[in-house]
Design a protein around this ligand. Structure first.
Ligand SMILES: Cc1cc2nc3c(=O)[nH]c(=O)nc-3n(C[C@H](O)[C@H](O)[C@H](O)COP(=O)(O)OP(=O)(O)OC[C@H]3O[C@@H](n4cnc5c(N)ncnc54)[C@H](O)[C@@H]3O)c2cc1C
Length: 223
């Protein structure tokens, strides 16, 4: 699996098609390039039959809350002006591009009211920079099931809320912190990017930022 780094000026030196064939269609690839205001990420899906392209563009004042608002290929081309040919080859082959805002929300201080509780995004919508939204929803389901198994009624919901509040709040807060870490002006040029990556992605710092995430066990976490 090839994962081009920040210091590579181009995603691949060869034609896009040979890059994809060489690197992606056998399993999965992630390809990313960042600059000060835009990020592009690609993943092959369904055994390489599809390529998922996500482009992040910094912008203020986006009021529409929707995952289904259609954009245009031209908007996408304009947003990624100056990027390499491989990125534009992907943009040119987009079917319908969709666009949505990344909206940060402050964590809630409760997930339950009476005999009703929420789980997943309804309880703790998060920016995607720890890639934990779906994971949290699954964890919620596991912990809620364990609480309902061991306690009844409002007590079960109260236990669920208590069991999940600190972890989900921490994920929401730390995802928001990663927004500026991943989308940082230092990444706009190769020299700044190399220093920044060397500093922020030292093994010790990465362990601090991620180990706690993956040490959580839904089967043994107290309820
Ligand atoms: C582009 C993108 C990339 C992501 N990447 C990751 C990742 O790498 N890792 C990760 O963990 N998470 C990721 N997430 C986040 C993840 O998709 C969400 O956190 C997760 O789907 C939340 O699950 P949920 O069940 O809480 O909500 P949803 O998946 O939103 O499910 C809610 C469901 O309720 C339905 N619904 C809404 N209103 C009604 C109604 N009135 N009546 C009936 N049904 C209704 C909706 O149609 C929907 O099917 C990503 C999200 C996006 C958009």
């Amino acid at each position: 699996m090839a994962t081009p780094g920040f210091d590579e000026p181009r995603i691949a030196s060869g034609p896009f098609s040979s890059y994809v064939l060489d690197n992606a269609f056998d399993e999965m690839f992630d390809a990313e390039r960042r600059d000060a205001e835009t990020v592009a990420a690609m993943k092959a899906a369904r055994r390489g039959e599809l390529v998922n392209f996500v482009g992040v563009v910094e912008r203020e004042g986006w009021p529409v809350e929707s995952w289904t608002e259609r954009g245009t290929r031209q908007e996408c081309i304009d947003c990624f002006a100056g990027w390499n040919d491989e990125v534009h080859a992907i943009i040119d082959s987009l079917d319908v591009p969709y666009k949505w805002a990344l909206l940060g929300r402050h964590p809630l201080d409760h997930f339950c009211a009476g005999s009703v509780c929420v789980i997943g995004d309804a309880a703790h919508p998060t920016l995607p920079f720890l890639a934990q939204g779906a994971n949290m929803a699954i964890e919620d389901g596991m912990l809620l099931a364990r609480c309902l198994d061991q306690f009844s009624g409002a007590e079960a919901l109260r236990r669920y809320e208590a069991a999940r509040m600190v972890r989900t709040t921490t994920i929401v807060v730390r995802s928001a912190e990663n927004a500026t870490r991943f989308h940082n002006a230092a990444l706009a040029n190769a020299d700044g990017a190399a220093d920044y990556v060397a500093r922020e992605w030292q093994p010790e710092r990465v362990r601090e930022r991620y180990d706690w995430l993956f040490e959580y066990d839904t089967l043994t976490s107290p309820v």
